[in-house]
Design a protein around this ligand. Structure first.
Ligand code: MGD
Ligand code: MGD
Ligand code: SF4
Ligand code: MO
Length: 724
């Protein structure tokens, strides 16, 4: 007979609680857990697919070493000791011969979704001691972190919309109906949005595409990609001009702000963005006069040229209207383990060093991943010669991914910690595969701190692992130990005693031990209480906590931090230049409910049904180019070209085209398991590593492209075509 166990989904930021039925080691069912105080029984199709990942024959369970390259590559299993020794020896050799910065590290998105990676991952990078640290954050949310650090004093002190109580929810560049929220852990967004409507609240969406979220909103406004900063600054201006600003007593800089935003009139916003001036004024007044309002912006406004200005203006709108720290506005969660308050993570710093080739500034110890390729391919002192990736696929997820793929083959050594051979890890010399969600314990150190309700939950592993599988924290522990031993052999690379002992002390305890200790320190709940209530413990709705939790000097908020103010000049320059040539279109990305960034395309459950990889294009733009619905087109950017089928739709603004990100598994001659059958191209073969926000975040939205019909004979050739 089957047995029901409580599990958790780690696939997205919604962190849904699950009820999992198992028979022996077979998962027979996955449902949402109705007793979970945060997710309340919600589950999406991806959550159910955790069973497919667990059972997937393509998933790696033991270390593998690559023999041969490209289409000829084969993978040979190794045992763990042999693999650890190889990795430690090779990394140590690169450090000895070329210095610490010659090893680069890249942490992908699921790093944040695994407790073991969160507790044990950074120590290995600290032991390596490289300045070439990269992560998916610089193709995602660095602008939020930079602005949080500037306004509130800590990069992860990020205010979260109080969606369950707000009267007015204003969304820029996010599609929580498909994504289930981000920097807003909000499981069951669909029901929470229905509740908002039922209590008479309003939802207003600004997006170049009429998305699933836009469709259920009270209002949707098309906005030209990359121009939101002007719209948001014009809203700030309206609120100040109309005397509607009601900031808290601990807020400074209102008069300076008034002068700074003076040039950004709603009329100017209309010219730049296409959003009518009257709409800009009205929505601004509604935000200011609603009983409570929350302004929120995500991937569409972070991954653009002015991502930091957008996030600044969003923060300022919430602060000025008195909605920061107010129920129904945006508030700081109070997680049971407060990594921000405890300063487990540094508050943030900017431009403490720069990348070697382009001179791009670091943020909080990371360089923009858009510079990784040039750091590998440009010879000279400090050139990157070895790479460690964890849970990432930068070949599909970072700008000019195809260029990066070529660069990977020139590395002396590449080790990937990953559960699949993917478009990136296929270039690795060794892959070390950890256990996955159902086989390991979980406590969410990250997303409880970004959630719309305060809860805590400890989830023991649902299923046993094979004896020869390893948890990610064990992999990090053992590679760290062996690397330290290797570095010890040479006086030039030996770690100072104190640093060596600190590193060992940090990697030896298990995540369970660490979580128990951290809970004990905070005294909000305990490991024993959490073990008694595996569905989760409710710690209540978000509460006002300011100014006490600000980490700024004198616990005050300055509305006009110099770093952001200085970037207004760059915006003015951009506004002065001609937007795009007549035949150019602006490319944006999208997410679908059944996709999970670049992975999970090997599960049948998520890949059946109508294809989702098409380019979306307005019928007028198609007609102007003589292209028919469903035909194959070639899309060209400054960086590359791809061929893909097009779907006509007036869901996109004329002049805008949309491709989903995370596709492009059809590599000539290369088999990546079942995912190879999924058609589609990588949007990041078009995005441009030269286009960055102030923060170093890649500008992935609003990339200028040209779209042309493909002659019939060419259309039958492979859809992926490299360009010159
Ligand atoms: N153009 C464009 N590009 C984008 C985006 C966009 O919207 N448009 N979005 C960006 C965003 S927001 C993100 S977060 C990035 C994501 O970019 P990445 O983080 O680079 O890529 P993912 O697709 O998330 O790849 C995750 C990898 O982790 C592996 N994995 C899964 N679970 C585990 C685990 O438990 N342990 C380990 N070790 N590995 C695991 C999977 O096999 C997969 O290979 O992409 C970014 N790129
Ligand atoms: N199903 C599913 N869920 C996911 C993921 C997934 O891959 N699939 N990925 C997870 C990850 S890593 C993240 S970071 C989150 C992201 O969560 P979201 O940010 O909610 O997701 P996106 O679909 O990327 O939404 C970005 C929106 O911005 C719009 N946009 C593009 N350019 C612009 C612009 O210039 N201005 C404005 N105003 N809008 C613009 C796009 O049309 C799109 O609707 O989702 C997470 N959840
Ligand atoms: S919404 Fe996110 S956390 Fe919840 S089941 Fe779906 S993928 Fe998992
Ligand atoms: Mo992301």
């Amino acid at each position: 007979m089957g047995e029901t166990r409580i599990g958790v989904c780690n696939l997205c930021e919604a962190i849904c609680g699950l009820e999992i039925t198992v028979e022996g080691r077979t998962v027979t069912g996955i449902r949402g857990n109705p007793a979970d105080p945060l997710s309340r029984g919600y589950v999406c199709p991806k959550g159910v697919s955790l069973a497919d990942v667990y059972a997937d024959p393509d998933r790696l369970r033991r270390p593998v070493r690559r023999v041969g390259a490209g289409a000829e590559a084969t993978w040979v299993e190794m045992d763990w000791d042999e693999a650890y020794d190889l990795v430690a020896e090779r990394l140590a050799a690169v450090i000895r011969d070329h210095g610490r910065n010659a090893v680069a590290g890249y942490l992908g998105n699921p790093t944040a979704h695994s407790i073991g990676a969160a507790t044990h991952g950074s120590e290995l990078l600290r032991v390596i001691g490289t300045r070439n640290r990269f992560s998916a954050s610089s193709v995602d949310q660095i602008p939020h972190q930079l602005v949080a650090w500037q306004l509130y004093g800590h990069q992860l002190l990020i205010p979260i919309p109080d969606i369950d109580r707000t009267d007015y929810f204003c969304v820029f560049g996010a599609n929580p109906m498909a994504s289930n929220g981000s920097l807003m852990t909000v499981p069951d967004f669909p029901q929470r949005a229905r509740d908002l409507a039922a209590r008479g609240g309003r939802m207003v969406v600004f997006d170049p595409r009429r998305t699933e979220t836009a469709r259920i909103a009270d209002e949707h406004h098309f906005v030209r990609p990359g121009t939101d900063a002007v719209v948001l600054l014009a809203m700030v201006r309206t609120i100040l001009a109309d005397g509607l600003a009601r900031p808290a007593a601990y807020v400074d800089g209102r008069e300076r702000l008034r002068t700074l935003v003076e040039p950004f009139t709603p009329e100017r916003a209309e010219t730049a963005s296409g959003v009518p001036a009257a709409t800009v004024r009205r929505v601004a007044r509604e935000i200011a006069t609603a009983r409570s309002a929350a302004v929120y912006g995500r991937v569409g406004v972070s991954t653009q040229e002015f991502g930091s200005l957008c996030q600044w203006a969003i923060g300022v709108l919430n602060i000025l209207t008195g909605n920061l720290d107010r129920p129904g506005g945006v508030l700081f969660p109070e997680p049971a383990i407060d990594v921000v308050g405890r300063q487990v993570l540094a508050p943030g710093h900017f431009d403490a060093w720069r990348s070697r080739v382009r001179g791009a500034p670091e943020f909080a110890g990371e360089l923009p991943v858009a510079v990784l390729r040039e750091e590998i391919t440009t010879p000279g002192d400090g050139q990157v010669r070895a790479l460690l990736t964890h849970a990432g696929n930068p070949v599909l997820s970072t700008p000019d991914g195809r260029g990066l793929a070529d660069a990977l083959d020139s590395l002396d050594f590449f080790v990937a910690v990953d559960i699949y051979v993917n478009e990136t890890t296929r270039h690795a010399d060794v892959i070390l595969p950890p256990t996955t969600a159902l086989e390991r314990d979980h406590y969410d150190l990250v997303f409880h701190g970004l959630a719309v309700r305060n809860t805590a939950r400890w989830t023991p592993a649902v299923l046993p692992r094979d004896p020869d599988q390893r948890h990610d924290w064990e992999i990090f522990r053992d590679v760290t130990r062996r690397l330290i031993a290797q570095l010890d052999r040479d006086p030039a690379t030996r770690l100072p005693r104190a640093k060596r002992w600190r590193a060992l002390a940090r990697v030896l305890p298990s995540p369970a031990t660490m979580v128990t200790a951290m809970l004990l320190r905070e005294r909000r709940t305990s490991m024993r209480a959490l073990r008694r209530r595996p569905e989760g413990v409710d710690l209540g709705p978000l509460r006002p906590t300011l100014p006490g939790r600000l980490q700024t000097p004198a616990e005050r908020i300055d509305l006009t931090p110099e770093l952001l103010v200085a970037d207004l000049a760059r915006l003015e320059t951009a506004l002065a230049r001609t937007p795009v040539a007549d035949d150019e279109l602006l490319l944006i990305g999208r997410r679908h409910k059944q996709d999970c960034n670049s992975w999970l395309h090997n599960t049948e459950r998520l890949t059946r049904g109508r294809p989702r990889h098409h380019l979306l294009m307005h019928p007028d733009d198609l007609a102007a180019r003589g292209i028919g619905d469903g035909e194959c087109v070639e899309i060209t950017s400054a960086v590359g070209a791809v061929r893909v089928e097009v779907t006509a739709t007036d869901d996109v603004l004329p002049g805008v085209v949309s491709l989903p990100h995370g596709y492009g598994h059809q590599l000539e001659g290369v088999r990546l398991g079942r995912a190879s059958q999924v058609p589609g191209v990588s949007i990041n073969d078009l995005t441009d590593p030269a286009l960055l926000d102030l923060s170093g975040n890649a500008a992935l939205c609003g990339v200028p492209v040209r779209v042309a019909a493909v002659p019939v004979e060419a259309a039958t050739q492979p859809l992926v075509s490299p360009v010159g």
